[in-house]
Each structure stands twice: as structure tokens, then as C-alpha cells.
Design a protein around this ligand. Structure first.
Ligand code: C2E
Ligand code: CA
Ligand code: CA
Length: 404
């Protein structure tokens, strides 16, 4: 379906055909009808973006059709045509606008090609560029790639894993944020294709690091829709087998909102993934609505504290309390607490003091290309924060007890 679908209704088929030719030349998809019944049927089923309507029709006149359209809350741009006096068309136009219709223009017969072409060109809507087909083509043309953000273990300062995040380098539009295309993809089947692509690319990357002597776990973002795809668990398992990875090296991150939908069905899917050995994390925790019962029942390994709380945990007592409570909750339920969006040494120190298990954020490393991951890890291990951590935890006579 294109963004410009013009439905023409005129009881004189010759006029409908004439308008249709002009509109087709202007790049519209067209349908022309000569009866009210056919017209209303196409309004419902074909959902035109534009309508051209003759006001003088036998049986059901244009004004009656306009009230039908108003009752259906039709959103199309409407052009009225009439053979009568200009003032009659204007009156009809005012009534329709008052009823909430988008009457954009009025033409009197005889219609001149130049006038019609001018109006149609002006009213043309831009074709949406973000479509399922565009995503499929971008996969085929290798326009997606993954970046990886290291996750640090707060106890030791070591980096044991990374989160894979998708990037789209569009051939014409340049870099596009996942915040822009993931929500669209999630509303269509495109997300399944994307997720499978991400899963395969990430597993192959982990294997490549393995072969280069770098052992890293990987976290993957999975949307609710894909989670319910029956092939997901098997597909992931086969990716792991091909990449010679134990499933326990992979954590699947689901947003809190996704994880809490339809708890019974969710339980089934999540348990299957856990049985196969994958780990599960609740992402963006604190932004959705989980009940404690659901949290307790669902087989998660990890809670990721949303970065809105982490960002200001050193300056806002409220955020600090939330972070503390979530860490304690995770531990009480036998899960790990992971903070995301750590942007300062102070925040990282505070999280460590509060007993948070892992952290990620710009302070540790921004998400980087796969080839830069070893360097990011090296840089982190040489950082002041890690040096201080090492010197603090080096055995000394003042060491009373280790953290427990
Ligand atoms: P998310 O899973 O919560 O990912 C974390 C986001 O926070 C990433 O944005 C990351 O770049 C950003 N971030 C990391 N550290 C910091 C920090 O210290 N400060 C701030 N302000 N931001 C930080 P990104 O890469 O733009 O991804 C945005 C969202 O897009 C992700 O949020 C995730 O929901 C979605 N997404 C990304 N990749 C995928 C994917 O492969 N599949 C699916 N389903 N969703 C994805
Ligand atoms: Ca995530
Ligand atoms: Ca998150």
C-alpha cells in the first residue's frame, strides 16, 4: 500500500476516468467509482488517503456521503467537486470541516488538468521510508551492525561480558538510532528477522573472540513479540551449537513491560529458555509495573536497574533509595543486580558500596565496534578506578573482613 491512495466518486464515469488519469500521472494509486455504495465500501476496506467527491450525485448526494465519512471519522484529505455555483461548494466545505473532516480543496467543473495536477502535487504525502521491506533490504545489504558495551563486575573490576546493541547505517539517511526503528520493527514481523540477525551476528562474534583468546559472555535484547515466536529457543540453541558456545554464556534481556505481559504464557516461554541453559534479565527495571509475585515466579537471573535511577543516584536521595531497594530485592529473590547508565566514578563507587553486582555505562565504556572491544577492556583495566579498587582490595593489616 502506498501513502497516496485516491478514491474518486463521480456519477459520470468519464469524469472519474479523467481524474484518475491525471492522478495516476501525479503518482497516486487510484480507484474510481460511480455509486455511493461502492464508495463507502472502498472507504472502509481500501482506506484511501485522499478522496475526490462530486457533490451532485443521484440517490445519495455528496452532502450525505460527507456525513457518512464524518461518522466514520475518516482521516482522508478531501477534495470536493461540483458543477454548481462556487458558493454551494463553499457551504458544503464549511459544513464538512465543522464535522471534523479534512476538506482541503474545492474544484468547480469543468476541471482543468493544470489546476488538478497542481492540487494533487501539493497534497501528496511523503512515502514512509521505514517499512518492513526497508528493514529486510537493509539486512540483505549489510546495513546493520552490532556494537558492544562492556559490563564490569563490581567486586573484582573485571569485564566478563558485553551487551550487544544494534546500529543501522542507512545508505541514504546515515546512522539511525535503534530508538527510532526498533519500536516500528516491534509493531511488525520485522522484529523477528532483526532479532535472528542480531542473535546470529553476536554468537559469531563471541566465537571469534573466543578463538582470539578473549572469553566474553554476551547479553542480547529480545522484544516481547519475538519471545513468543516458537522458533526462538531452537534458533538460539542452534546458533550456540554452531558457535560452540554454552547457552549459559548468553543472557536474554527483556524489558520489564514485556516480561510482565501475560504472566502464565510468559512463564512457559521463559522456563523453556532457562531449561535450555540461557540466562534471563529484566531490562529497564523500575519503568514498568511488576508485581512481587510475578517477579518471584518468573525465572529471571538478573535485574537491570534502569539508567534513569542510576544517572542521578549520587545526587538524588530518592533515586539512591530506589537503587538500594532494587539491589536488595534482586538479592532477596536470588538474582543479580546490574546497573546501567553509569556515567561517573562516584556512581560506580556508590553502586559497589550498595552491593550491586555488575554495572555498565559510559564511564566504563561506550558501546564500541567489535574490533575495539579488546582495547576498551584494556583501557578499563588500566583506569584509575580499577587501580584504586586493586589497591583497596590488596591484602593489608587493616583488612578486617572481606565483603560478604
Ligand atoms: P537498552 O537495552 O536499555 O540499552 C541501553 C541503552 O543505553 C543503549 O542505547 C546504550 O547505548 C545506552 N547507554 C549505555 N550506557 C549509557 C550511559 O552511561 N548513559 C546513557 N545516557 N546511555 C547509555 P542504544 O544503543 O541507543 O539502544 C537503545 C535501546 O534500543 C536499547 O535500550 C534497547 O531497548 C533497544 N535495542 C538496541 N539494540 C537492540 C536489539 O538488538 N534488539 C532489540 N530488540 N532492541 C534493541
Ligand atoms: Ca538492554
Ligand atoms: Ca536498559
Amino acid at each position: 500500500m502506498t501513502a497516496n491512495r485516491l478514491l474518486i466518486v463521480d456519477d459520470e464515469p468519464a469524469i472519474g476516468a479523467f481524474i484518475g488519469r491525471v492522478a495516476a500521472n501525479a503518482g497516486y494509486e487510484i480507484l474510481a467509482v460511480s455509486t455511493a455504495d461502492k464508495f463507502l465500501e472502498h472507504v472502509r476496506n481500501w482506506r484511501p488517503t485522499h478522496i475526490m467527491m462530486d457533490l451532485q450525485m443521484p440517490v445519495v448526494d455528496g452532502l450525505a456521503l460527507l456525513s457518512h465519512l464524518a461518522a466514520q471519522k475518516c482521516k482522508a484529505s478531501i477534495i470536493l467537486i461540483s458543477g454548481v455555483d462556487r458558493s454551494v461548494v463553499e457551504a458544503a466545505r464549511r459544513i464538512a470541516i465543522e464535522r471534523g473532516l479534512d476538506v482541503v480543496s474545492a474544484l468547480t467543473k469543468p476541471i482543468r488538468v493544470a489546476d488538478l495536477t497542481g492540487i494533487l502535487n501539493e497534497l501528496k504525502r511523503e512515502e514512509p521510508w521505514l517499512t518492513v521491506a526497508a528493514i529486510a533490504a537493509a539486512i540483505d545489504h549489510d546495513e546493520f551492525h552490532l556494537v558492544y558495551q562492556p559490563k564490569v563486575i563490581l567486586e573484582s573490576g573485571e569485564i566478563q561480558g558485553v551487551e550487544a546493541l544494534i546500529r543501522w547505517q542507512h545508505s541514504q539517511r546515515g546512522p539511525i538510532s535503534p530508538l527510532e526503528f526498533i519500536p516500528f520493527a516491534e509493531s511488525s514481523a520485522a522484529i523477528d528477522q532483526l532479532t535472528h540477525w542480531v542473535n546470529r551476528a553476536a554468537c559469531e562474534q563471541v566465537r571469534a573472540w573466543n578463538e582470539a583468546g578473549l572469553t566474553l559472555d554476551v547479553a542480547l535484547n529480545i522484544s516481547a513479540r519475538t519471545l513468543h515466536e516458537p522458533r526462538l529457543a531452537e534458533a538460539l540453541e542452534s546458533q550456540c551449537r554452531k558457535a560452540e558456545l554454552a547457552p549459559a554464556r548468553i543472557t536474554l534481556e527483556l524489558t520489564e513491560t514485556a516480561a510482565m505481559q501475560d504472566a502464565i504464557q510468559m512463564m512457559d516461554v521463559l522456563t523453556r529458555l532457562r531449561v535450555k541453559g540461557f540466562k534471563l534479565a529484566i531490562d529497564d527495571f523500575g519503568t514498568g509495573y511488576s508485581s512481587l509475585v510475578q517477579l518471584h515466579r518468573l525465572p529471571f537471573n538478573e535485574i537491570k536497574i534502569d539508567r534513569t535511577f542510576v544517572a542521578d543516584c549520587t545526587t538524588s536521595a530518592e533515586s539512591r533509595s530506589i537503587v538500594r531497594v532494587v539491589i536488595d530485592l534482586a538479592h532477596a529473590l536470588g538474582m543479580q543486580a546490574v546497573a546501567e547508565g553509569v556515567e561517573s566514578a562516584e556512581a560506580l563507587d556508590l553502586l559497589r558500596t550498595l552491593g550491586c553486582d555488575e554495572a555498565q555505562g559510559y564511564f566504563i565504556s561506550r558501546p564500541v565496534a567489535a574490533s575495539e572491544v579488546p582495547l576498551a577492556i584494556e583501557r578499563h583495566s588500566q583506569s584509575d578506578w580499577v587501580r584504586q579498587l586493586r589497591s583497596r582490595s590488596a591484602p593489608s593489616t587493616n583488612d578486617v573482613a572481606s565483603r560478604g
